[in-house]
Design a protein around this ligand. Structure first.
Ligand SMILES: [Zn+2]
Ligand SMILES: [Zn+2]
Length: 233
């Protein structure tokens, strides 16, 4: 039986392995204890680039790419490598409509935000109009709203995205030029007080999207932009 069929029969089963959860009512997340433990152990630790969190090979503190001042953000931290269970869960969340995962993502991201970026308000990276329409909701806004509730960190959806080709369809150079002009600042929010923000996204791949968002935010008077993502690809 497929996982989808299983979860229709047992709505309280783990979205990663299908194990039926003890009690649908008391289950805090749509994941079993074993999968949560695997996830907890697969979080990124150890020596990482102090700007983008990528693996350091022979470099010290900052990777070669970041030495070349590649990004407009000041620092990016990712929770997981984009592989295994977390990759599967992000895929389910984004492409299979598993909105219930937002509560787990908000929990781990909220804890990291409190630890590493205390007191800094969140700005979610906007979804493209195409994926918002397809999904019916904006994935990072949904997570940001949950973090607001559980970790008491305010969020400001001051960025919007215009229609364009989906970033995942493109290579590194095309990603950067496809982004030009597609991210826009929406100043209809109460955002004039913002000095530092924490940009929230699902996966950091080339860093092009986060960097373009940071550039737009800085053009609009925000001085420091930090980035927090679930995974680093
Ligand atoms: Zn499981
Ligand atoms: Zn780096």
């Amino acid at each position: 039986m497929t996982r989808d069929a299983l979860s229709l029969l047992f709505p309280g089963s783990c979205l990663s392995c299908g194990t039926v959860l003890d009690s649908i009512e008391t289950a805090e997340f749509p994941l079993c204890k074993e999968c949560m433990t695997v996830l907890a152990h697969s979080q990124i630790y150890g020596a990482r680039c102090e700007v983008c969190s990528s693996h350091l090979i022979s470099e010290i503190k900052i990777c070669t790419r970041c030495r070349g001042n590649a990004f407009s953000f000041d620092r990016a931290i990712s929770l997981f490598e984009y592989t295994g269970i977390i990759k599967e869960l992000i895929h389910q969340f984004k492409f299979e409509g598993r909105r219930s995962l937002a509560v787990y993502f908000a929990d781990v991201l909220g804890k990291k935000a409190v630890d590493c970026f205390p007191g800094i308000p969140i700005v979610p990276v906007p979804s493209s109009p195409q994926s918002k329409k397809k999904r019916g909701w904006d994935q990072m806004r949904v997570i940001a709203k949950k973090i607001e509730k559980i970790a008491n960190i305010p969020s400001f959806s001051v960025l919007d995205r215009k229609a364009g080709i989906q970033q995942k369809e493109l290579g590194v150079i095309d990603r950067a030029s496809n982004l030009k002009g597609s991210i826009v600042f929406d100043d209809s929010h109460e955002s004039s007080e913002l000095r530092e923000v924490l940009l929230l996204d699902d996966v950091l791949t080339t860093g092009a999207t986060a960097s373009e968002c940071a550039r737009i935010l800085k053009d609009n008077g925000i001085q420091k932009v930090y980035v927090l993502t679930l995974a680093l690809d």
